[in-house]
Design a protein around this ligand. Structure first.
Ligand SMILES: Nc1ncnc2c1ncn2[C@@H]1O[C@H](COP(=O)(O)OP(=O)(O)OP(=O)(O)O)[C@@H](O)[C@H]1O
Ligand SMILES: [Mg+2]
Length: 344
């Protein structure tokens, strides 16, 4: 069934994205060592990883990047624990829509075994697949170090990492940066795009048909206008309407979605000094060019803004996937952010 909130874990519940799914599966069959699944929030990264995780027959582990506090120690320890147990292990949760956990720590420690024993155990375990969801939530440079260390020393370990904060995932992978720890190593990158309008319509129609629930074309169009082609919001709407049978399902969905988006902004603002500037940009971004955005922000501040400072702020919003750049214009990556900025 399409309209379930949990991350999808079976191919029959997973709509579209055959190409992306195939790319990940083939890369794993080739035993590629680093496979990165990237896409803005709510496009379905956790579901894709979960599906592949379920279908993986070799030894495997799942790490929720939001709860790893010390990647250098914890990732290695988690791999070792799994090798020792000889069966799959999930550290943290496999969860949709970023609903919880902003970093509480995994707290796995290595025992008293020597480094040599540990390495021997890992090497003797055959192909090990390490799934890391929301990888960018760990320290990016620490994670890059761990990946490069394991890449070089354990050829039979594959990492499948996902991230919504695209700039930060790129920081982990170090594209084009000769000084980066992963420079020169093979990385398979799989980008998940949002659905276009036709596919979003197809998804909603098929989902409601599964529930034998009839919804008029006009409302479906309104839903897509409001929620865009983001799997997460479309699913939430289908659930609200077809499973919970709420009145005003679209209103409730966009309210709930805006609150989730707002909580991510609040999290982002904790590490940000100039909150007013970021909010000004987010309020004005709507297919807007750089100069025009700066001039809007200047009005909000009552003075012209330093271009470097402004570019820096816009770049951070893009790197955290709140804002996207297409053809020299900036857009909100998620239409619900326009509501979320009034909730923070
Ligand atoms: N291909 C798909 N087919 C059907 N439902 C999907 C698909 N992808 C995602 N969903 C649904 O959309 C919601 C969000 O999916 P998921 O958690 O996988 O996205 P995400 O990109 O990891 O989101 P976040 O950025 O919040 O972590 C879930 O309810 C999930 O069941
Ligand atoms: Mg996710």
């Amino acid at each position: 069934m399409y309209f379930e909130i949990e991350p999808k874990g079976r191919k029959k519940d997973f709509f579209n994205y055959d190409y992306e799914y195939g790319q990940v599966k083939k890369a794993l069959q080739r035993k590629e060592k680093i496979i990165a699944v990237v896409g803005v929030r709510r496009v379905g990264k956790t579901s894709l990883l979960n599906l592949v995780y379920n279908e993986t027959a070799s030894l495997k582990l799942w790490l929720d990047g939001r709860i790893v506090t010390d990647p250098k120690k914890e990732i290695f320890a988690a791999i070792y624990e799994t090798a020792k147990a000889g069966k799959p292990k999930i550290f943290g949760k496999i969860e949709s829509l970023n609903l919880s956990a902003f970093g509480v720590g995994l707290d796995i420690k290595l025992g008293s075994e020597s480094q040599l024993e540990i390495e021997k155990k890992i090497r003797g375990s055959g192909h090990i697949c390490v799934f890391i969801d929301e990888a960018q939530r760990m320290g990016t440079s620490d994670l890059a170090d761990v990946l490069s260390y394991i890449y070089d020393r354990f050829p039979q370990v594959s990492f499948i990492i996902s991230g919504s904060e695209i700039g930060l995932v790129e920081e982990i992978l170090g594209e084009g940066d000769g000084e980066h720890p992963l420079f020169g190593r093979e990385i398979v990158k799989v980008a998940i795009p949002r659905l276009d309008r036709n596919r979003a319509m197809d998804y909603l129609k098929k989902g409601f048909t599964q529930l034998k629930f009839d919804v008029g074309e006009k409302e479906l169009n309104e839903a897509i206008d409001e929620l865009d082609g983001l799997m997460g919001w479309l699913t939430l709407y289908g659930y609200e309407k077809g499973v919970k049978k709420s009145k005003d399902a679209l209103g409730k969905t966009s309210q709930g979605a805006a609150q989730i988006a707002a909580s991510e902004l609040v999290h982002f603002f904790r590490k940000t000094k100039n909150r007013k500037l970021y909010l000004s940009i987010l309020r004005n971004v709507n297919g807007t060019g750089w100069e025009e955005l700066r001039s809007h922000a200047g009005k909000d501040f009552g003075k012209r803004l330093n271009p470097n400072l402004f570019t820096f702020a816009l770049g951070r919003l893009a790197s955290h996937s709140f804002v996207e750049k297409r053809d020299e214009k900036y857009y909100l990556s998620d239409p619900l952010l326009a509501k979320a900025v009034f909730l923070v």
